[in-house]
Every structure is written in C-alpha cells, then in structure tokens.
Design a binder for this molecule. Structure first.
Ligand SMILES: C[S@@+](CC[C@H](N)C(=O)[O-])C[C@H]1O[C@@H](n2cnc3c(N)ncnc32)[C@H](O)[C@@H]1O
Length: 361
C-alpha cells in the first residue's frame, strides 16, 4: 500500500491530452461556494481527499488566497499531473500532495502537525483519466486486463477476485455493491467459466455477464455495468474507506469547518447521508425552556439534503448526472464520546464480503 509520504513523482502531460481538459470537475461553482466560506480564518487549511487532476483543488486555492491545501490521492499518476498543474498555475507553494488512501487522514494531518483544518472535501469515485485509460480495466466498454486498482502498487486486482473468491462471495459482492438482481446467476456462470479458462479481461467478463442474464428479466441498463462497479468497490475497498474517513474528517475540523462530499452511486451517498444525519439530530430534553448546548446538533446542514446537477450541468458534463452533493458545518465542539462512537461504528465492514487477505491491511 502507498505510504503517506509527500510525492515528487511523475511529470508531463497525459497521453489523453492537456489535463485541464481530461476531467471536468463536477458542480465546481457549488463546491467552491460551500468550501470557501470556511477558509476565512487565520492560516486556513483545506484537505482535498480525492485530488484527482486538481480541478476542484485549484479552484479552492484561487478563491481563498490565504489557504493551503493538502491533496490526497491513491493514484500516483493523478498526483504527478495535479502537482504539475498546481505549479503551472502558481499555486505550488500552497499545495502539499500526499500519496495515500484517504482513510489515513488523521495520520496525514498528525505527520504535518495540523490539529485542526477548516474544510475537508471529497469527490468520490474515479477521475476521467482513470476511466479513459484503457489499461486500467475500469470500463466494460473497452477491452483490457481486469485490473481496476486506483493505486497500482496495491496487490489485489479484479482478475484475482474473479479467480480466488468463492461463488458465494462473488454473488454477495455483486448483490451488495452492484445491487444486481441476478447476482447468484452471474456468480455461478463465472465460477463455471473459470474452470475452463481464467477470466482476465473486461471483454470476457462483459460477454459472460451478458450470457448469464436472461434478456427477458433484465433491469434497465447493461448488467455488466453493475458487476464492474461491484468489482471496483471491492478491489479498492471503497465503501469501508469512506465510512472510516468521515469520523476522522469531522474530528479534525474546527468549529465552523465544513465537510463537503460528492457521491456518484447510491451506496456511497447512503453512507454519507446516514453519517451527516447522525450529527444533525438534536437530543431535546422535554419541557426545557432553553435547549442546552450539549443537546444541540453538532452539524449545521448546508445543502438541505442532496443537491443534484441540473439539466444544463448534465449536458455540459455528463459525469454530473448521478452526483449527490452534501455538506455540513461543524456547529459546536464535538464531544469526544460522539467521535468515539462514530469510530466504533465505522470499524465494522460495510458489508461482509471483504474477506480477501489483502483487505486485512
Ligand atoms: C472523481 S476523481 C477527483 C477529481 C477532482 N475533484 C478533480 O477535479 O480533478 C476521484 C479521485 O479520488 C481518488 N480516490 C478515490 N478513492 C480514494 C481513496 N480512498 N483514497 C485516496 N484517493 C482516492 C481517485 O484515485 C481519483 O483520482
């Protein structure tokens, strides 16, 4: 696994073209409007947990000239391109790139002596760089080896899961992470197919799923899309990492600090929604004329549920079609017991499927 060291890796432009044009940041203006009011205090730090190609990160630094930004990404290639972009835009001296998974957030801040930050931002999922790079095997529409690692230095790949997991565990992943109705049928077909020949490429997998799911009983959309999503979530431990990171983020936010999260599928959004809702509830003792500070919610809701992209935004940037943007502000000091409870809850795997040895890191 990647360490938390600052990185000076990779340079140059991507073979996909100038990086500003590879990935269009989703709901950019809304995110800037939600993050930057928190960056007006002395020495404000913002953490972008999903730096990608730094579209959001550059905009935050430009809108808040006193702010510094820690940009975390598991993907060295993205970090290299983002660092170069920051330097080119004259923002390099306010930017710290970190190669790590974002669930190491507290260690990353501790290593840099930062007790509190003003904002934490997450734009979950993949960047267009990752989706469009054929060799990474994220897309069912392009034939490539079934890799799907956001961090290529990690050992577990999608092909390994298809080779090693039991039929039951494959079915559970497709059901839990893909919400696929024909999970059992697909898992059975894959288990049979791998006895004849290993399933190593996206075209092979696409074909096997297509053959396994009867046309008459298909849910809308290509079933391979849900199977690919499920594998990607399992390879990268996406939901567990998200759930572990949310309490770490608010534990490090100052009062008035903001947590802003963009999710792209219902499982992510459900986790974010549940977490934020738990800090928005008040425990109101009956009959008191004044609500004591200790009973007030620890969060203030900034988005009032999830914001979505409107038709114009979707037309301009199709990636925004499924986005759910949620944000809260820390409204009072969060009691240590509350943080501890969140941590305990988040230490349980989101689903039971995570049994591969490399998951126990
Ligand atoms: C949607 S992209 C971010 C795009 C970025 N906001 C921009 O405007 O360019 C998500 C990025 O987060 C990274 N990522 C996803 N999960 C991660 C995790 N658990 N830890 C660290 N980085 C992660 C991916 O590698 C990817 O580069």
């Amino acid at each position: 696994m990647a360490g938390t060291s600052e990185t000076g890796i990779a340079s140059g432009s991507s073979p996909l073209g100038p990086i500003e044009t590879i990935h269009a940041p989703v709901l950019l203006d809304e995110c800037v409007a939600l993050v930057t009011p928190a960056l007006d205090g002395p020495d404000p730090w913002v953490v972008d947990c999903t730096l990608g190609l730094a579209g959001h990160a550059c905009a935050f630094l430009k809108a808040a000239p006193a702010a510094h930004l820690i940009g975390i990404d598991r993907d060295q290639e993205a970090l290299g391109l983002a660092s170069e972009r920051m330097a080119r835009e004259g923002l390099g001296d306010r930017f710290v790139p970190v190669h790590a998974a974002f669930d190491q957030l507290e260690d990353i801040l501790k290593d840099r002596g930062l007790k509190r930050v003003s904002a934490v931002f997450m734009d979950l999922g993949l960047s267009s760089l990752q989706i469009d790079e054929r060799s990474r095997g994220f897309s069912y529409s392009q034939d490539a080896p079934l890799d799907m690692r956001m961090d290529p230095s990690q050992s577990l790949t999608a092909a390994q899961i298809l080779a090693d997991y039991s039929e039951e565990d494959l079915a559970r992943i497709f059901q839990d992470y893909g919400e696929e109705h024909h999970a059992r049928r697909i898992a059975r077909a894959l288990a049979q197919a791998r006895q004849r020949q290993p399933v190593r490429t996206s075209a092979q997998l696409d074909r096997l799923v297509d053959q396994a799911v009867p046309r008459a009983h298909r849910a809308p959309g290509n079933p391979a899309k849900r199977v690919f999503q499920a594998l990607r979530i399992e390879v990268n431990g996406e939901l567990d990492k998200l759930v572990r990171t949310l309490p770490q983020a608010v534990a490090r936010l100052r009062v008035g600090g903001r947590l802003v999260v963009e999710s792209y599928h219902s499982l992510e959004d459900r986790s974010v929604k549940r977490f934020m809702a738990s800090g928005l509830q008040a425990k109101l003792p009956q009959g008191l004329p004044v609500v004591p500070q200790s009973a007030r919610p620890v969060f203030l809701d900034l988005t009032h549920g999830a914001r979505k992209a409107d038709a114009d935004q979707v037309a301009a940037n199709p990636r925004s079609a499924s986005v759910r943007l949620r944000a809260v502000e820390v409204s009072r000091p969060i009691p240590a017991e509350r943080i501890e409870r969140w941590r305990e809850e988040s230490s349980q795997p989101v689903y039971r499927a995570n049994m591969h040895p490399s998951r126990r890191r």
